[in-house]
Design a protein around this ligand. Structure first.
Ligand code: MG
Ligand code: MG
Length: 407
């Protein structure tokens, strides 16, 4: 019913005679006969709930037709069960189902009487041919409409996001407790693999497990270096549940005790993050958290003599403070409306993730070199303010050191 209601809601925003055509992702070859694990396109998943590859959904106020792979006893021995066209109407609440290889033959008559057509290019194998057929008529982009719907999460979606947050919090906590000098980054990465799979979930993105100077590489994913005494470990990892992502970063000392320099930088990032989170509520401009974090981090680095009062903060803090979170880890939804930054609304979910990254630099006291710190939580905007979905995970200096002592 959820997906049926979403299709109805989408159609109610379009012209009465609108026809929507939406395809899922193609399968991606890894090498030889091996494919990457398949994940449906998020928009397609959101509107149909259908997770098999090679599918196209077509719907209007006159009905819902789905094209999908039909049953194939031989292929199913190799690749697993398929829903098939016989069971598809009931299972997917569709009026009609046809084999995907009939799409191009049937499409002309399906679009014949339609008014406005909505379609998005998803690089599916059939896209070129669909577009050629559609080119005889006009079609509009569907994405803006679907993405605006996806931006505001329903109670059910929030439940799934909370579940993803809880599993990810648990995994971070285990990783924190298992970390010690002499291990390798991949050993700590494997804690997340196990915790996520144990809970029937999977990584929402490639995790970053970055010891010492590796934390200053923002998208470090090699995760293969030793964890050294005296260094920090930055971990950015989150799982997805039914497609909904969590996105958490914590940074902590590998030996369980922050040095003075690490403590100073950590506290600035934490103060910035807490103040930014505090500002989030409906009606506040979505640029506010970044304004707050840059101000606090700038001042903190100036106070420590790392940055000149008129210095360039972007050498130490070079990314934004957050992004929408949902079916995609960097979720869809416009950040501006009518060329103006928009305001928070209840049901939006954003990350808040300030950081400071100090590479080796002769102008800076060496005690600060190779410190890379980011703290990231997932924030749901509620009617009256916000809720931190990942709030159960430790992040004050005292709480981290205490948890790491209790091994
Ligand atoms: Mg992250
Ligand atoms: Mg993030």
């Amino acid at each position: 019913m959820i997906h049926q209601n979403r299709r109805k809601e989408l159609l109610s925003q379009l012209d009465d005679d609108a026809l929507v055509i939406i395809s899922t992702n193609p399968e991606q070859l890894r090498n030889g006969d091996v494919h990457y694990p398949f994940r449906p396109h998020s928009d397609f998943w959101y509107l149909t709930g259908f997770k098999e590859p090679e599918a196209v959904a077509i719907f209007s106020n006159n009905g819902y037709t789905i094209f999908l792979r039909d049953k194939d006893p031989t292929r199913e021995i190799w690749d697993g069960k398929r829903l098939g066209i016989k069971d598809a109407p009931q299972s997917l609440k569709a009026d009609k189902a046809y084999p995907i290889d009939q799409l191009l033959a049937l499409l002309p008559q399906l679009i014949d009487n339609a008014g406005t057509l909505y379609y998005d290019f998803k690089a599916c194998a059939l896209d070129d041919q669909i577009i050629e057929l559609l080119s005889k008529t006009q079609y509009q982009s569907l994405a803006t409409h679907v993405h605006e719907m996806r931006l505001i999460k329903s109670t059910k979606e929030i439940e799934l996001m909370q579940k993803a947050a809880d599993i990810s919090v648990q995994a971070h906590q285990s990783a924190l407790q298992q970390t010690q000098p002499g291990l390798f980054e991949y050993e700590i990465a494997s804690v997340f693999d196990a915790e996520f799979r144990k809970n029937n979930s999977e990584h929402a993105y490639t995790p970053i497990v970055a010891g010492g100077e590796n934390a200053c590489v923002l998208h470090y994913i090699e995760n293969n270096k030793p964890l050294n005494e005296g260094d920090l470990l930055l971990i950015d990892a989150g799982c997805e549940v039914e497609g909904y992502a969590a996105d958490i970063t914590r940074t902590f000392p590998i030996n369980g005790k922050f040095s003075t320099a690490q403590r100073q930088i950590y506290q600035i990032v934490l103060d910035a993050q807490l103040a930014a989170i505090e500002s989030i509520k409906p009606g506040v401009l979505i640029t506010k958290p970044h304004q707050i974090t840059t101000q606090i981090i700038q001042q903190g680095l100036v106070d420590l003599g790392i940055l000149q009062a008129d210095g360039d903060l972007s050498q130490f803090y070079m990314h934004g403070t957050g992004h929408w979170l949902g079916l995609d880890v960097h979720d869809v939804g416009a950040y501006q409306q009518n060329r103006q930054h928009r305001q928070y609304e209840a049901g939006m979910v954003t990350t808040v993730e300030p950081g400071i990254y100090i590479r080796k630099n002769d102008k800076i006291n060496p005690i600060y070199w190779n410190i890379g710190i980011r703290i990231e939580d997932d924030i749901l905007v509620t009617k009256t303010g916000h809720r931190v979905l990942t709030g159960a995970l430790v992040k004050t200096i005292d709480a981290i050191e205490l948890l790491m002592r209790k091994k």
